[in-house]
Design a protein around this ligand. Structure first.
Ligand SMILES: [Zn+2]
Length: 155
């Protein structure tokens, strides 16, 4: 669990989500970027991430590029939303970077801002980058403002 000191927003990642991140960590020299959507629960200001969709066949995956193009990510999100009576919803985006301590590119920031603007619930995008060592976690709103939760070391 991670905490943003100023506003005390907690983000809880279930173990299965961290396992998915680990599977796609770019630890080899040839591994391509991976990613998907983050699904889970909203508890007041707090977020509980219960699923990260894995990269799918229609996605664009290169050494330093990932585009979530496969429509099935959205299909999975819609399905989980319906099956949970709206409890489980879209929270944001994750993808990997071939760097130890990842930081977002301009393309990443623009993408997260657009996702936030597109959300009907008006919430910010939970944005995660999985690096080879660390994890970057932030919330990005429709104005491109970022709340940074952490840059941590994985054990
Ligand atoms: Zn990126």
């Amino acid at each position: 669990m991670w905490q943003m000191p100023s506003q005390k927003i907690y983000v809880l990642f279930q173990a299965s989500v961290l396992e998915t991140f680990d599977v796609y960590r770019q630890n080899s020299r040839t591994a391509t970027e991976a990613g998907g959507v983050l699904l889970g629960h909203v508890r007041g200001e707090h977020l509980e991430v219960i699923q990260a969709t894995p990269p799918l066949a229609g996605d664009v995956r290169h050494r330093m590029q990932y585009e979530r193009n496969d429509p099935a990510h959205q299909t999975i999100a819609d399905l989980m939303w319906r099956q949970s009576d709206g409890e489980t919803r879209y929270l944001g985006e994750w993808h990997t970077h071939p760097e130890d301590r990842p930081s977002p590119s301009r393309v990443d920031m623009n993408g997260w801002t657009h996702r936030a603007l597109a959300r009907q619930d008006g919430r910010a995008t939970l944005a995660v980058i999985v690096g080879r060592v660390g994890l970057y976690v932030s919330l990005v709103d429709g104005a491109g403002e970022t709340a940074l939760f952490l840059e941590c070391q994985s054990s």
